[in-house]
Design a protein around this ligand. Sequence first.
Ligand code: FPP
Length: 218
Amino acid sequence: MDGNGRWAKKKLLPRLVGHSKGLQSVRKIIEYCIKYNVNTLTIYAFSTENWKRPIKEVDGLIKLFSESISRESKKIHSNNIKLKFIGDTSIFTEPLQLKIKEIERETSRNKRLILNVALNYGGRLDIVNSVNSFYENQKIIKKITEKNINSGLYTKGQFDVDLLIRTGGQQRMSNFLLWQSAYAELYFSKKLWPDFDEKVFVNALYFFQNTERKFGSI
Ligand code: FPP
């Protein structure tokens, strides 16, 4: 969801206004996923590196997450969406952690769309945590397999990433779902995240549909 800051700057507005506008694009992409039968959507809301931003922006972002979880939780549940937070959420305040646990529990049986929200998430952290949890749970240390690592990731039990969309014009992964995206198709759009719309989404789907996936074969 890249480009919130630039969107705001272009309009001479504070960066946080860009993030609020970006939240509207989150609502839009959820609607499109339901409309086009996508079964899992993961949004990268806050990375393990985003703490380097000015404290005012970090606090504003966390307030935005917290308020929107409270405000949207009923709507998420009534739309049959299963909400899951991926990343190390233990760093957040107790009330926010409780809110996260409560909505995860409430929506855990929902089937229409899995919505993963990556908060304090890093792909490297995900892999390291998975390996450590495997060692912690085993008495005898043996060779770790791909299956072991899969089963310890925040996304355990979910499919690998098929299509990764990045807005804002940069063409990099920025530590997002590194393991899960091993065979993902990568779609980059120059649109800034607050300007994300159905056309960008459908173009990304067309791109995916017209790509021959080989998974290493010929
Ligand atoms: C990247 O744009 C965006 C973020 C780090 C934050 C994204 C968060 C939201 C859109 C709010 C989502 C809310 C919930 C509840 C999930 P940037 O700031 O790096 O933009 P720039 O590259 O133009 O500076």
